[in-house]
Design a protein around this ligand. Structure first.
Ligand code: IPD
Ligand code: CA
Ligand code: CA
Length: 266
């Protein structure tokens, strides 16, 4: 698919950037007064959420509904509202809620856009770092307006790989991933935000990212960014019900693709 056959791609990218900035500012305001937030838990004591996540998602949904009422919206907190235009916005209002509630800066607002099931826009705002990552299919990726382009000499051996995990996978599975990465001569980090680590792959800070089970709202924006920076991603199933379920998420710079696919066994 080329950019000219995605209707209104540039306008949608511009809107996504505006909305990500606005949502990032709201989230940052909550972050600065996080001591006043009531923290609730979801699947377990590590899986946290607060009114900040819900308010930020409501703001984002409102903006997209207003501008493109026929577009669908999938958000982590309020689920899937189907559209009729072929477009679906895929939103994580705060990715990295654990760092957020614990007072660490590694969280972001992640806004992806699917057209006919393919990621065509990705915008990630990291307010504590004053960074905005933006990409659209066929139009490249930028960080604060500066073009991103991956260096093919970086591999899992001379650079760092991001790893993520949640309680959908067993400790044994996570241990095996870390073990095979280390055995292959790599090293890992986890900052608590899968979406932000995918943006770091696009920026060349991490050479790849692997998490065995994440959701579409965690990866769609990052996938578009990585692809447009010259990297690769493992396709996420987007048809029907699959869009709301988890799947492996893998993205890599050119020199790390084969190693990471071997480690992830895909
Ligand atoms: C989580 C973060 C985390 C990843 C988890 C995600 P949340 O999202 O991205 O890094 O390991 O799988 O669920 O809960 O902070 O939005
Ligand atoms: Ca998330
Ligand atoms: Ca979230």
């Amino acid at each position: 698919m080329t950019s000219h056959i995605v209707p209104d791609l540039e306008a949608r990218l511009a809107l996504a950037e505006t909305v990500a900035n606005e949502a990032g500012a709201l989230a940052l305001d909550y972050f600065r007064r996080r001591d006043t937030l009531v923290i609730e838990t979801k699947r377990d004591l590590q899986d946290v959420v607060s009114v900040a996540d819900r308010d930020v998602e409501n703001l984002i949904r409102g903006r997209f509904n207003e501008a493109y009422p026929a577009d669908g919206v999938l958000g982590e907190e309020y689920g899937l509202e189907e559209g009729t235009s072929g477009f679906t916005w895929v939103v994580d209002p705060i990715d990295g809620t654990s760092p957020f509630v614990n007072g660490m800066p590694n969280w972001c607002v992640s806004i992806g856009l699917l057209y006919e099931g393919l990621p065509v826009v990705g915008v990630i705002s990291a307010p504590c770092h004053d960074e905005i990552y933006a990409a659209a299919l066929g139009k490249g990726a930028t960080l604060n307006g500066v073009k991103l382009s991956l260096d093919s000499s970086r591999t899992i051996r001379n650079a760092v790989t991001g790893i993520g995990a949640n309680n959908h996978v067993t400790p044994k599975t996570v241990a095996a991933i870390v073990e095979s990465l280390l055995e292959a001569g790599g090293n890992f980090m986890r900052n608590g935000s899968g979406a932000l680590m995918l943006a770091y792959v696009a920026a060349g800070r991490l050479v790849g990212y692997y998490e065995p089970y994440m959701h579409a709202w965690d990866c769609m924006a990052g996938y578009c960014l990585v692809k447009e920076a010259g990297g690769w991603y493992h396709p996420f199933p987007t048809s029907g019900e699959r869009l709301t379920k988890g799947a492996p998420v893998i993205a890599a710079a050119p020199g790390a693709i084969d190693d990471l696919r071997r480690i992830a066994q895909v």
